[in-house]
Design a protein around this ligand. Structure first.
Ligand code: SF4
Length: 417
C-alpha cells in the first residue's frame, strides 16, 4: 500500500538528468548503475537467488553456486561491473558481459534532512520517477520503498491516488531502491548494518504487483542479499484479501494493514477497496495470515482525519475490532494499532486531527488494552516522513516544480519543461 515516502512524478527527461550538479545533490547515472532504459540482456537485479542460479545453470552453463559470488558482489559490495568481480574467471566474466547486465534505477536527486532522514528521487524510466526515504532512529534504520508508479486503488485521503496508475515496478526497480540506499549509507550487511528494516509503504499497492514484490523481498531477506529477518521486512496493504492469503503461503514477512476505519460504511468511503473486501473478510484473512505460521502480530494503520474518523465512537469501534482479533487468534497483542496524524496536501478535503483528539483516541485504545503507537513525522524539512498515506507527500505539481529546479541547477533547465 501506500504512502509517504514513495511518491511518483510524471517527468520527461529530454536530457540525461544525472549530470553532475556543481556543489549540488544530484548523483550520476553511472554511480547508480547505469541508464534505466530497457536492454536486451538479463538484468541481474531482476533475479533472486533461485532464479539467478537457474540463469547460471541454464543460460550460462555454469555451476549454480557461481551465482552466489555475483550476488555478494552486487548486494554486499555494491559492485556492478563484472570486470571488478575478481573471483570470477575471465571466461565467466565474458559470458556475463554477453548475456547479462547489472542495471539499477537512476538516482536523480538525493536530499538529506537535518534529522538524518534521506530522500532519493529515483528515475524508473524516461517518464517516471518515485522516491525512497531512509529514516534513521536510535536502534534501527528504516527504508520506505515503493512498489508501483501511481496507484489504482483511489483511497480518498491519498495524494498518489490523484495521479492514477502508471505501471508496476519491476523486481530490479524495487530492489534497486534498497541497493541505492544501502550503497549510499555504506551498509555492510554482516558487519555494519545501517539499513535494518524495509517497509513496502511507498507508492502503490504491493500486493497488486505480487510476483515482483515477493521476489524483491526474497532478496532483501536472503543472506546473499541484505540479510534482513522476516520481521524486519514489512508489507503494507490496503486489504487485498486473496493476495494476503497468497502471501501467507510464500512468505513470512510482517504485514501491515491500512484500516483507517472500523466500520464498513466509513471504510468504504475512505478506502473504496473495502466494498470488494469488507472488514469482516479482511480481518479473517489477517487472522489466517497471523496464525498460519508463528507470526507475532499485524499492525493496523489508522490515519486520523479531523471530524472524519477521530471521534471517541470511532476509537471504541476500533478497540472492539482489535480485541475481537486478539480473541479470534487466541494470541495476546496480535493486533497493534499505529495512529498516523493526517498531513494535508493541496486539494484534499481532509484535515489533520487536533492534538488533543489524537491523544484522546490513543488513550481510549490503551484503556481497552490495545497496543497503540502514534507515528510522528520525520524529515519534515524535506517532505519525507514515512507512514502518512500519501497525504504526507507533496502533490505532483510541487514535485514537478522541485524537480525542474533540480535540473536547472544541473544546467539542464530545459529538460523538464
Ligand atoms: S493509500 Fe491507497 S491509493 Fe494511496 S498508494 Fe496506498 S493503496 Fe494506493
Amino acid at each position: 500500500m501506500s504512502t509517504p515516502s514513495g511518491n511518483a512524478i510524471d517527468i520527461t527527461l529530454a536530457t540525461d538528468p544525472a549530470g553532475p550538479v556543481e556543489g549540488g545533490e544530484a548523483v550520476s547515472a553511472a554511480k547508480a548503475g547505469g541508464n534505466p532504459a530497457a536492454g536486451s540482456k538479463k538484468n541481474i537485479f531482476d533475479l533472486d537467488r533461485v532464479s539467478l542460479e537457474d540463469f547460471f545453470e541454464q543460460v550460462l552453463g555454469e555451476k549454480r553456486y557461481r551465482a552466489h559470488q555475483v550476488m555478494k558482489w552486487i548486494h554486499h559490495r555494491y559492485v556492478t561491473d563484472f570486470d571488478q568481480m575478481t573471483d570470477l574467471g575471465k571466461a565467466l566474466r565474458a559470458k556475463l558481459h554477453e548475456h547479462a547486465e547489472v542495471r539499477a534505477p537512476m538516482v536523480i536527486h538525493e536530499k538529506p534532512s537535518a534529522d538524518g532522514t534521506i530522500k532519493w528521487l529515483i528515475g524508473m524510466d524516461p517518464k517516471n520517477a518515485i522516491e525512497a526515504v531512509f529514516i534513521p532512529e536510535k536502534n534501527r534504520g528504516t527504508l520506505c520503498v515503493s512498489s508501483q508508479v501511481g496507484c489504482a486503488l483511489n483511497c480518498q485521503f491519498c495524494s498518489t491516488a490523484t495521479q492514477g496508475f502508471n505501471r508496476n515496478l519491476t523486481t530490479a526497480e524495487v530492489i534497486g531502491q534498497v541497493w541505492i540506499a544501502a550503497r549510499q549509507l555504506g551498509n555492510l550487511p554482516h558487519q555494519q548494518r545501517r539499513l535494518t528494516n524495509v517497509v513496502m509503504m511507498g507508492m502503490g499497492e504491493p500486493l497488486m504487483n505480487f510476483d515482483n514484490v515477493v521476489r524483491a523481498m526474497s532478496i532483501m531477506r536472503d543472506d546473499l542479499g541484505y540479510g534482513l529477518a522476516n520481521k524486519r521486512v514489512t508489507l503494507s496493504t490496503a486489504g487485498m484479501v486473496p493476495m494476503i492469503d497468497k502471501l501467507g503461503q510464500v512468505s513470512d514477512v510482517s504485514l501491515a494493514v491500512s484500516l483507517h476505519a472500523a466500520n464498513d460504511e466509513l471504510r468504504t468511503e475512505l478506502v473504496p477497496l473495502n466494498k470488494k473486501y469488507p472488514i469482516e473478510e479482511l480481518m479473517a484473512a489477517c487472522q489466517r495470515y497471523v496464525t498460519r505460521k508463528p507470526r507475532s502480530s499485524i499492525t493496523f494503520e489508522y490515519t486520523l482525519m479531523k471530524g472524519v474518523n477521530d471521534q471517541p465512537v470511532h476509537a471504541r469501534q476500533l478497540a472492539r475490532l482489535m480485541r475481537q482479533f486478539d480473541n479470534a487468534t487466541q494470541m495476546k497483542d496480535a493486533a497493534k494499532v499505529n495512529l498516523i496524524p493526517f498531513n494535508p496536501f493541496p486539494g484534499t478535503r481532509f484535515e489533520r486531527s487536533a492534538e488533543e483528539d489524537i491523544r484522546a483516541f490513543q488513550k481510549l485504545l490503551q484503556e481497552a488494552r490495545v497496543l497503540t503507537t502514534v507515528r510522528r513525522t520525520r524529515g519534515d524539512d524535506i517532505d519525507a516522513a514515512c507512514g502518512q498515506l500519501k497525504g504526507q507527500v507533496m502533490d505532483r505539481t510541487r514535485r514537478q516544480a522541485e524537480f525542474r529546479k533540480t535540473l536547472e541547477a544541473a544546467g539542464a533547465g530545459d529538460a523538464a519543461a
